[in-house]
Ligand binder design. Sequence first.
Ligand code: HEC
Length: 279
Amino acid sequence: MKTFAWILPLALLFVVVIGAQAPPQASPNRPAWAFLVPDKEQPPSEESTGPIRVPGSAKTYTAKQIDDLANPPDWFPDEHGPLPKVVQGGLGPSMLACGACHLMSGEGHPESAGLTGMPVEYLVRQMADFKNGTRIDPARMNAISKLISDEDARKAAEFFAALKPGTWVKVVESTNVPKSFVSARGRMRLPLPGGGMEPLGNRIVELPEDAARAESRDPKSPFIAYVPMGSVKKGEQLVMTGGSGRAMYRGWRGFIRCTSRASSTDFRPASTPGPPPRS
Ligand code: HEC
């Protein structure tokens, strides 16, 4: 098994690009491994009621507080600048805070997206496209973008763009992967307790290194992306030699990300163009 800490976008490029046109439901065009549809059968879990801690933070939150998307945890308040209100939350129960899903670090989870270090204009444009319906994410971003003003969208974009990305997703080429399920709580893919291993097949399976910490929205709890053997090389070839115009475009995005930062994000459909090179 070879590991690549920096090259996930390349690995993802050879995967079929699928448009996001429908609410989250598994179908041949929307495979559950890519779109994170909660499994019907959930393993038994006990909701914790006591205080939860994450390593290195002096703060504590209950599980209920952690799952309050309008008022999410900020585990390391000293490690980022002043939070715009839309990122931080506390604006009422219907105004979901950007920091809940994208984390206060902006790195996000596989079921959302990484915003850290992306160009301000790119982020602003995505918000505008979600708002006017050019880009479709009926589960989350279409509604969220409609609720916030263009001014607040820009403030959030400026905040996330200024953050420094870390190493967040480690890519592991592999033939087998821990068995997993998509949790109904937060749509996160988690290892199935006591589930053993299964063939990876032609999937990318992204799992938290530490499920409990990731579920606590710990911005220092990274992910492993298990990818089929040879994916990194295939992705690299696609970026370097091109494919269809669209693949080339995604290629540029991946290329920009992996050359300009030691981090990466999950696979997600690009229904609107990404940033031009070096913007
Ligand atoms: C409840 C969870 C949730 C919250 C809260 C949330 N987002 Fe998102 N966000 C998502 C998901 C899921 C996606 C992936 C959508 C897709 O590509 O289909 C996403 C994608 C995005 C993208 C596109 C990123 C890219 O690489 O193209 C931007 C920009 C974004 N969100 C900004 C924001 C901002 C700004 C806020 C706060 C006002 C916010 N989000 C709040 C879940 C959330």
